[in-house]
Design a protein around this ligand. Structure first.
Ligand SMILES: [Zn+2]
Length: 151
């Protein structure tokens, strides 16, 4: 479960872990924020980002490849618990589902991504399979990316 969507139930740890990696690479390549909205389902998922212009198909292909490059490194997905006042400043805790918690769970994927999250994840990126961006469209300041994973 993404901290930005505390009420969503995620049924696919592989899809959801891919979402973490996708967010990390979107931020890296486009200097955007992580997705402000996500719908994660077993067959296909979508993430929405605030964008100012439409990315090129080449940009999207670059991000897709970067996500697969990370997945293929068979990286352990770690769960780290920080006291709330000791969470590294690079990790956003502005939208915790329960702001009164003392301990924050952070999901770390090697040196690529760290994100506060209470959802279910795979234990190693090898379990994700191949990541594919099915389509993307840009409308009124929002980029929607649809993707799937397949073993
Ligand atoms: Zn998560």
């Amino acid at each position: 479960m993404n901290i930005n969507e505390p009420n969503k139930v995620y049924s696919s740890p592989a899809m959801h872990t891919a979402e973490h990696i996708l967010n990390s690479q979107m931020v890296k390549y486009f200097h955007c924020e992580r997705a402000f909205s996500a719908h994660i389902e077993k067959k296909k998922s979508k993430c929405d980002y605030y964008f100012t212009t439409s990315p090129t198909p080449e940009d999207i292909a670059t991000v897709e490849q970067a996500v697969n490059d990370i997945i293929q490194q068979n990286i352990n997905v770690e769960e780290i618990f920080y006291p709330k006042d000791k969470v590294p400043s690079s990790i956003s805790i502005e939208r915790l589902p329960d702001p009164s918690v003392d301990t924050v769970r952070v999901i770390r994927i090697g040196d690529y991504d760290q994100c506060a999250c209470i959802g279910e994840h795979v234990t190693n990126t090898a379990e994700i399979g191949t990541f594919r961006i099915i389509s993307h469209d840009f409308n009124e300041g929002v980029l929607r990316v649809r993707f799937k994973v397949s073993s």
